[in-house]
Design a protein around this ligand. Structure first.
Ligand code: ZN
Length: 137
């Protein structure tokens, strides 16, 4: 059981088109993937950079937690996603120490990968997403 790499950094925004345009024009970075996940209450776009990526997330109507985040702090870093082999094993490991997960079972995130969020109080206020990476690499 080992963390493999930073899969992506999640950045909350209210204007997805606007931020994608800015990063393209100013930094030459383009998104390769964009999707709406109604069950997560977000629209997201992934901008790969080398081995990892930026994931811009825009809350859909009714997504209280990201909406609140934006109202409180404005657009910015929301979570760090770490690639793991097996999210379920990590959930078990974290909960066996008496620590708290947001997701007590892996659920399907962007691009169909299983993900699970660790409760920020478990990791000093940092919101960490565990993501099972592409099994082919
Ligand atoms: Zn993410």
């Amino acid at each position: 059981m080992k963390i493999k790499k930073i899969s992506h950094i999640g950045i909350a925004v209210s204007d997805l088109d606007g931020i994608l345009k800015l990063f393209k024009v100013k930094l030459g970075l383009e998104h390769t993937h964009r999707e709406t996940l109604p069950e997560h209450g977000v629209e997201l776009a992934v901008v790969p950079i080398g081995e990892s990526a930026l994931e811009f997330i825009r809350p859909l109507e009714g997504n209280v937690s990201i909406q609140k985040f934006l109202e409180k702090r404005g657009p910015g870093m929301h979570h760090i996603s770490l690639e793991v082999d097996n999210a379920a094993e990590w959930i078990e490991h974290i909960e066996s120490d008496g620590d708290e997960m947001i997701d007590r079972k892996p659920r399907i995130g962007a691009a169909g990968c299983p993900i699970a969020f660790v409760h920020p109080k478990t990791l000093g206020g940092v919101l960490i997403e565990l993501e099972e990476g592409d099994k082919s690499d």
